[in-house]
Write a protein that binds this ligand. Sequence first.
Ligand code: GLN
Length: 543
Amino acid sequence: MQKRRKYIFVTGGVMSGVGKGVATASIGALLKARGFCVTAVKIDPYVNVDPGTMNPVEHGEVFVTGDGQETDQDLGNYERFLNTDLHAVNYMTTGSVYLSVIQRERAMGYGGKTVEVVPHIPLEVIRRIKKAGAEADADVVLVEVGGTVGEYQNILFLEACRMLRLEHPKDVMTVLVSYLPVPGALGEMKSKPTQYACRSLNSVGIQPDMIICRSTHAVDAVRKRKLSMNCSVDERDVISAPDASSIYEVPLHFRSEHVSERIIAKLGLPKRPIKLKAWTDLRDRMMKPTKPVRIGIVGKYFSTGDFTLSDAYLSVIEAIKHAAWAIGRKPEIEWLNSEAYEQDPELMKKQLGNVDGVLIPGGFGTRGVEGKILAIRYVREHKIPFLGICYGMQLAVAELARTKLHWKDAASTEFMPKTKHPVIHLMNEQEERMKNKDYGGSMRLGNYPCRLAPKTKARALYGAGEIVERHRHRYEFNPLYRHELESAGLVISGESPDGSLAEIIELENHPFFVASQFHPELTSRPFKPNPLFLGFVKAAAKG
Ligand code: GLN
């Protein structure tokens, strides 16, 4: 018998940044803890086909799926909370939806009919949501509609929600994640903006089934009643969701508000017991440690824009936390500005001497690069545990070449196109793409296998001879310099199975100096930290 698949649309009210993504992921975690197969789809309302071409100030982190789709950071939270891998089908933007409708039209896919914004755009959205459900064979598909209700941009996605509900009245529900401000001068929680948000949803033909009330405080019974009355939502479906000290507590908060019981009742899903031991254990691990492990992240930082630095490095931060909790330490992250090091080496010594480990994350362009190289030299010479990721690995190679081989201009052609020692260079396949201005989704993206060399740290950490990790880069270690760099002490501990591409480098005679071309942060999970992060944080905790 065919499964009656259920769909839960999650929309946002009042303002952006209220934690819709974490709310979506937490609902998913609870349903999964009841034994349902859950998948999640994120819809972003912008016209970019994917976020890969946006700069981090605009967008924050670009999360990459195993199958190489550049997506939004919410996909990272879904993967971490659902403890599952998601795929390209779990992500769409206005741009990607229009692109496929237009391509289909060009291929006579609409059989000569007039193709219109309504219904054809929402129908394509529905087709994709159903496909995501079918590919995961999910019982429940969560669909997070980006943006806020009442704005122009996401209206066609809300239309898709309305149309799908019309088709399956018993199998679709809508959740409104809203915000209740507590203005300082009043000291009282206000529900009116949420009432307006609900009206906005009503005006596009959608009645929310549940309202999740984000706020600095818990929502009391009086306001629950008020919202229930004004928004036509059962009081039991007005959910209090005050700020949590960690996002990983949110599923437990939702549990105490009976979120999944209510969803199950509404969608007619079978009642099943909930198993939350993994989550309560995680909470205990998070709460217990008192001794900190201090990790410095050296990057170039953005002082303006909608997104803050923590958005740009979200998965890196989460991966550090997972590893720290796993070894019973309290993660403390210091943001260190590499640009400042270029002018002020004393500041660098002070700051780097004050942390237990230093991480250099991925990056692009020229700004702050020389400061990162100085930082790498410092941690190498002072035996401070170091983890380099992507650009962080490439710059570690440049630093080694400069210091050990005395090639003062050793660099990546990304930041020094005319260097005589291009130890990092554009990958072959990228040359043509760059010439043709083919920038969209054209990096080396997603899963690639990596063979680990025996008797190396990488091999010991992963405990396997071959691994698969996710990538996002255009440049690579230049094999022309391999021999010289190896004789200068560089150990290539991971490479592509055909030996053509260096994936992990490390140094001997150092407590921990490991860097990868891939992004280990993308596969770290709260219940299973990534091995490179675990090794790095362990080494830092020893110091
Ligand atoms: N800019 C470098 C490259 O494209 C590194 C990319 C990254 O750090 N994600 O290869």
